[in-house]
Design a protein. Sequence first.
Length: 737
Amino acid sequence: MSPSAKAGSTTATGEKIVITACSHDCGGRCVLKTHVKDGVITRIETDSEDEPQLRACVRGRAYRQRVYGADRIQYPMKRVGERGEGKFQRISWDEALDAVSKELLRVKKNYGPGAIFFFGLSGSTTPLHGQRRPMFRLFNMFGGCSLWWGAPSFEASTFASKMTLGTTQTGNTRDDVINSKLIILWGHNPANTVWTTNASFYLAKAKEAGIKIVSVDPRYTDSAITYAQQWIPIRPGTDAAMLIAMAYVMITENLHKKDFLDKYTVGFDKFQDYVLGTGDGQPKTPQWAEAITDVPAATIIGLAREYATKHPACLIAGFGPGRSANGEQFHHAAITLAAMTGNIGIHGGNAAGIEGTPYGVLGKRLATGENLAVKDPRVMKEGLNAYSRIDKTGVRVHSSKVADAILQGTKGGYPADIRLLYVAASNLVTQFPNTKKILEALKKVESIIVHEQFMTNTAKYADILLPVNTFMEKFDIGEPWMSGPWLIYLDKAVESLYESKSDLQIARELAPRLGIANYDEGKDDVAFLKDFWQNTPGVPDFDTFRKKGVFKYKMAEPYVSFKEQIADPKSHPFATPSGKIEIYSQQMDRMNNPLLPPIPKYVEMWEGHNDPLAKKYPLQLISGHYKARDHSTFANTPWLAELETQSVWMNPADAQPRGIKNGDLVKIFNDRGTIKIPVKVTNRLRPGVVDIQQGAWYNPDKDGVDRGGCPNVLLKDDMSPAGAFCSNTGLVQIEKA
């Protein structure tokens, strides 16, 4: 294709060029130039326009195989076998929608709206069709429902950012890394996860410019291989201890920025007392941290000195360390070190929070309204969650406790007895911990309705299964997930295949059956998008945007979070109770929870290396992200499946005593379940740790042993104190199968 080909243009072969972008939860919003001929996608290319080009990864480039997948669900179906067997009978849309509405009306009438649990997640993340919005809007207009809280990816980072900095808009745009003198990728692997489009591009530019890049991670990730000059293989769950020991070095060697701390922060004196051991008699020295983290004290000292003296420096606190028991402490400590080194609010620095910026975000999205279920007298008010970053008063269950909530109900202290589970944009069975308990819960609940594109593990448990379309078959707008100053129009490349509909269209057609009038306000999809666009500052008119397909903000320099707060703190205070960076958090102090101390501390996690259970199950399990999947999406895409076999990574020091060789079939097990998959024996993972990359579909054999490689089979269904998802916390044993 010619580099000058534009959206809506036609090639010499008669193919129309349609601009769209992936809407999945990888963090990227990348240009896909989709070639369409006679209503069929023939191939997909990526951005070839003005810099910075928003170039797609292999997942987006392989999307044609997903659209035309032989195993797509083509029409509505009802279950005819046992739950989980995957036996269904074709029915019409009218039959399906009548059955769904009848069941919703029955459950609401007999048990109240809280008995309806809506589990919508991140299979789609756009302002109109994604982010659970169409169905959540419907349920709220219907009278409400029970919901989840606790984002699996970033709850710990969100919590720490809001408690310490007062906001989730804490990042610099990623092009700012070229202004750094040191970059620390702490639990961050953008080469695989993308995080945000062009993160890898700017890290490559930084490396070419001679900027030192350090990777702190139990794995020698693709990002560490590609960009880093130093890899520090830390023990999982101990990251906060290393950061605190780095603070000890800075304090005792007088390397911290006292003027910055005095002017912009509160509570550093209390943190300093903890670091020096004033209260507990234990100075948090590098030697103290070495015993915990297994990182040599000399390495901790060296990184502390570099971070304190190579100014400005960028610490990117990835989500991986926070996805563990007490993972909130890692993020609180990372933000504290960014303040100690004066790297907040300046070019080349980074606040080490959740990384969001105000760019690439629409001024409006599909409104969902108020969840009225909380007002229903049948909901247990004392069963409401004490903390939820999304909605402190909603009828909510933590995402890792959904199975327990279904099984225990109000007798277990949950807000309601769940009778109906409604699932959209989520593969609950594969993506959430303690698979055995989830399956038990799915067999107990009275009714299950699922929206899906493929026969996933969760879809097999549906009573009514509704086929939904892909982003290639509808209109929307792509918003970058983190730190991205651009927006992409998701044009419809082809008409919806088979009998599939969008979640929004399903909600439109359910609404009158549920007695809901004016669900869509008389607007079609494009009218909604135009309304969203007109409420967004600094953008061209909607028709220009739609015609071009991509809008990139013209920025004189990279965006820096908190630049105004640092330049003029009196006029621009931080959005915290004190108006400053709260190293000592007033809000956390009021929580009075010893596992959530108001200053960052090292709090040992359950199922860590010192847990008594480690005598039986001596290996720490982490579940990294896989280059060929976006969570469980793309797991059944043939081109991508060829890239790498799902396997368990294991260090030779752990494999050899067990008589295990590379490629052997092994059994990974604990009291919660067993997996049998091949092993990859590699020095790219530190000893004592094994990695089963998340997102592989659960595939049990006749004995209930998972042959697909789903790590959630082995993980405990519990949460960290502020709601962090604990997908990197667990103990297992491995034997040759």
